[in-house]
Design a protein around this ligand. Structure first.
Ligand code: HAS
Length: 541
């Protein structure tokens, strides 16, 4: 692996895990502060800690890891080395994102941005919080441009050739990100910064939330798609098998580009100011975005089964026996896949209007996203780390490190089972999310929730041990013996259909994506600007 590219990738991965560590500390402390077990100096309270936890885990850990991972794969599969312009863009992006992160964390810990990671207006933060976020977004755009640059140069030099699957998927992930972040950029620059500086008196709340969720839902697929890259491209190689179908994999990514953006209203089903027709339409589109995940599940089962049959296993589940259970590079992402089955089912429940009325703003939703992003995605990222760090630093994954990785994965699963399981259950009993006001003056219903809150805290402590273990493992990986570690990239199975070239016609896919976005959002946005959808008890200024 090219040494200079390795430095860029490593810088991203290490920053990601530093954010995970600080975010993990904030996560554990928020539980203790909320439970009244401790009082922190400088009056650092529940909302500061929860904001720090959400921002560092959901926005910073993920974005840094994703950029680092995508750069590594693009460097490896598109020529073996980043072009100087791509690498430079990567470093400038890194510098801007890091400046934004530092400013953001300081502002949060000073208690000037207790607005949580979704920063809903009319809660107001210091303008510096929004400026910090803008820097992170602009930095990530530059990193995306680096990937586009490397890809387009490769295509120019390899006319008529199909691009490598990893690179293709990286381009879609970054395209999705570019289109999605326009919403949050407009919200922050046009609405929140002028309002928090006091240049304007009011903010259109429903518009700001809509712009946020225009970004917020594709954000979750920005987290998911790199995990899918691992499941589609890396895992087949690690298990000694083949990719079931290159075209199916590409098509599922295209479907994410088309359907992951015009669906933000499924986070706003309980909000006034949006007419029920447009909510209905976006729920239909939400059910469309489930399709590529079902295709992924199908493709993974096919890969596992074909691998088993090639190795001579028989019966419906014979393939399970030949999977490399002792290899953390497989085991951690596999546990992520397994948990994605109930996690995804929870998402389908959330997306159903009537069910959403039951679960919205309860701890059920917190349980849902701890299974999706904090387990399926995070465990996959951990699994990648065990081979990525040795690959880029010219070291080897020792048996001891591999064993520590398996233990870390199991600790994570146990902690998450307890924490997310109790979140889901207590959510159904009505316990709200994101509040330090837990017992409601000892109301009998709220008192009933307390044992689940204790279980959540126990799960949280086990997860914190999981964070410490992964950080120790990373230190171990950085000191592992020198050697060569393979960058595992799978090949397509024999007999698969050739990949149709139209999958790489970006004009078509971006055109359809934009058309769907305009269709799903234009009229509701006009309604919001004119304040024409009124709801009892709800006022926009
Ligand atoms: Fe979600 C809220 C709907 C997926 C993250 N979601 C959230 C929030 C987050 C989040 C962070 O409709 C909270 C935001 C906030 O703070 O308010 N979500 C969905 C739907 C899906 C979905 C329909 N979510 C995700 C993913 C996330 C994520 C992925 C992060 C990475 N979500 C919602 C809704 C809300 C919501 C509502 C709003 C709730 C409210 O009221 O506030 C779908 O994409 C899920 C599809 C997934 C599947 C599973 C496929 C399974 C696979 C694994 C195969 C396994 C194998 C191994 C092969 C259909 C691919 C098996 C081996 C064996 C041996 C068995």
């Amino acid at each position: 692996f090219d040494r200079n590219d390795g430095k860029l990738v490593l810088a991203h991965v290490l920053f990601a895990f530093a954010a995970l560590l600080v975010g993990g500390i904030a996560g554990m402390l928020q539980g203790m502060v909320r439970g009244g077990t401790i009082t922190l100096p400088a009056n650092i309270g529940y909302y500061e800690l929860l904001t720090a936890h959400g921002v560092l885990m959901a926005l910073i850990f993920t974005t840094y890891f994703i950029v680092g991972f995508l750069y590594s794969g693009v460097s490896h599969t598109l020529g073996g080395k980043l072009l100087p312009t791509a690498r430079k863009l990567g470093w400038i992006g890194y510098a801007l994102m890091s400046l934004g992160t530092v400013i953001g964390v300081v502002v949060i810990l000073l208690g000037k941005a207790t607005v949580l990671y979704t920063f809903y207006a009319p809660m107001k933060a210091s303008p510096w919080f929004y400026i910090a976020l803008a820097l992170v977004v602009i930095g990530s755009w530059l990193s995306g441009y680096g990937i586009f640059y490397q890809y387009s140069r490769w295509r120019k030099e390899n006319k008529g050739k199909l691009s490598p699957l990893f690179a293709y998927m990286s381009v879609i992930t970054m395209l999705l990100w570019q289109v999605a972040t326009i919403g949050v950029a407009v919200e922050v620059v046009v609405q929140l910064i002028p309002w928090s500086f006091g240049w304007v008196d009011n903010v259109n709340v429903v518009l700001s939330r809509t712009l946020f969720w225009y970004f917020g839902h594709p954000l979750v697929y920005f987290w998911l798609l790199p995990a899918y890259i691992c499941w589609y491209v890396i895992i087949p190689k690690i298990i000694g098998g083949k990719i079931f179908s290159d075209s199916l994999a590409r098509m599922s990514f295209v479907l994410f580009l088309l359907f992951s953006i015009p669906v933000g209203f499924h986070h706003q089903l309980m909000e006034p100011g949006i007419s029920s027709f447009w909510k209905f339409l976006q729920v239909v589109l939400t059910f469309m975005v489930i399709v590529p995940s079902l295709m992924t599940a199908f493709s993974l089962f096919a890969t596992f089964e074909l691998n088993g049959r090639a190795k001579g296993t028989k019966g419906l589940f014979g393939w399970v026996k030949v999977l490399p259970w002792g290899d953390v590079r497989f085991f951690a992402p596999f546990m992520g896949m397994l948990i994605f089955i109930p996690a995804g089912a929870g998402g389908i429940i959330n997306a159903s209007n009537q069910m959403n009325a039951v679960v919205h703003n309860t701890l059920w939703v917190t349980g849902h996203f701890h299974l999706t992003v904090a387990t399926s995605v995070a465990l996959t990222f951990f699994g990648i780390t065990y081979w990525l760090i040795p690959t880029i630093t010219g070291r080897t994954l020792t048996r001891k490190m591999n064993r520590s990785g398996i233990i870390q994965t199991l600790v994570w699963c146990v902690g998450m089972f307890i924490m997310s399981g109790s979140m889901h259950t207590v959510g159904l009993l009505g316990s709200p999310r994101r509040t330090a006001y837990t017992t409601y003056d000892d109301h009998p219903d709220a008192v009933l929730w307390m044992p689940y809150h204790v279980a959540m805290a126990i799960g949280g402590i086990i997860l914190f041990i999981g964070v410490i273990l992964i950080v120790c493992n990373i230190i171990g990986l950085l000191r592992a013996p020198k050697g060569e570690t393979e960058y595992p990239i799978g090949e397509q199975a024999e007999g698969a259909e050739p990949t149709p070239r139209y999958l790489e016609r970006w004009g078509i896919w971006l055109g359809i994506a934009v058309a769907l976005i305009l269709f799903a959002y234009t009229i509701p946005l006009i309604d919001m600007l004119r304040n024409t959808v009124t709801s009892p008890g709800y006022v926009t200024w």
